[in-house]
Ligand binder design. Structure first.
Ligand code: FE2
Ligand code: FE2
Length: 191
C-alpha cells in the first residue's frame, strides 16, 4: 500500500529513543515543510482543479499537524527552534526530472514517498517507542499520512499513463530506500 521498498532500521529507532526531544522538533519542521510542498505544487499546477482541491486539503491538514506537534513540544517544555535538516529531502529531489510533465510526476511521487516513509515510521514509533503517550500521538497521524501518500500517487496519473507512473514510482522508491539507508548522524524523522 505504501510503495516503500524497505523497512526502517533498528538503528533509527535507537537514535529516536536517545534523542526524542530533537526528533520531535524535527517532526514539527517536517509537518511545516509538508504544508509548503503542497502549497508549492498548488502554485505550480494551478490549472489542475483536482490537484488544487487536494493540495488545499493537505496544506490545511499539515498545518494542523504542525500545531499538534508544537503542542507536544510545549507539554514537554521543549522550546521550538531552527534545526539543520537531514539530507533526505534534498537527496530525493535530485531525482526530479527537469522537463514537464515528467517533472510533475516526479514531484508528486516524491512527495508521496516522503508521506509513505513518515507513515511507516509513525507506525514503528506507535508500536515500539518506550514513551507510550508519544507513541499514541504518532499512531494518531498514521492514517492521514497514508491517505496523503495515495492522493499524491493518484494525482501523478494526470501527467502520464498508469504504467509509466507505476514504473517511475518503483524507480523512485528504490532511490528512496537507498537514501533512507544512508542515515544521518543528526537525529531526525528521516535520518
Ligand atoms: Fe502530516
Ligand atoms: Fe502528510
Amino acid at each position: 500500500m505504501l510503495s516503500l521498498q524497505s523497512r526502517s532500521s533498528e538503528r533509527w529507532l535507537r537514535q529516536v529513543e536517545e534523542n526524542v526531544g530533537e526528533v520531535l522538533i524535527d517532526h514539527a519542521h517536517c509537518e511545516r515543510k509538508a504544508a509548503a510542498t503542497a502549497m508549492g505544487l498548488l502554485t505550480a499546477y494551478v490549472e489542475n482543479e483536482e490537484l488544487c482541491v487536494e493540495m488545499t486539503r493537505i496544506v490545511n491538514e499539515e498545518l494542523e499537524h504542525f500545531h499538534m506537534v508544537i503542542g507536544q513540544l510545549k507539554q514537554r517544555g521543549i522550546p521550538f527552534r531552527r534545526l539543520k535538516p537531514s539530507p533526505y529531502g534534498r537527496l530525493l529531489h535530485e531525482s526530479v526530472r527537469k522537463q514537464e510533465p515528467l517533472r510533475a510526476i516526479d514531484r508528486l511521487l516524491i512527495a508521496g514517498l516522503i508521506e509513505a516513509r513518515s507513515c511507516e515510521r509513525f507506525g514503528m514509533l506507535r508500536d515500539r517507542l518506550a514513551d507510550r503517550e508519544l507513541a499514541a500521538f504518532f499512531g494518531g497521524l498514521f492514517e492521514s499520512e497514508a491517505r496523503h501518500h495515495s492522493t499524491y500517487v493518484r494525482l501523478a496519473q494526470a501527467y502520464g499513463t498508469a504504467a509509466d507512473v507505476r514504473y517511475r514510482l518503483q524507480q523512485l522508491a528504490a532511490e528512496e530506500a537507498r537514501v533512507i539507508a544512508l542515515g544521518s548522524d543528526l537525529p531526525r524523522m528521516h535520518s
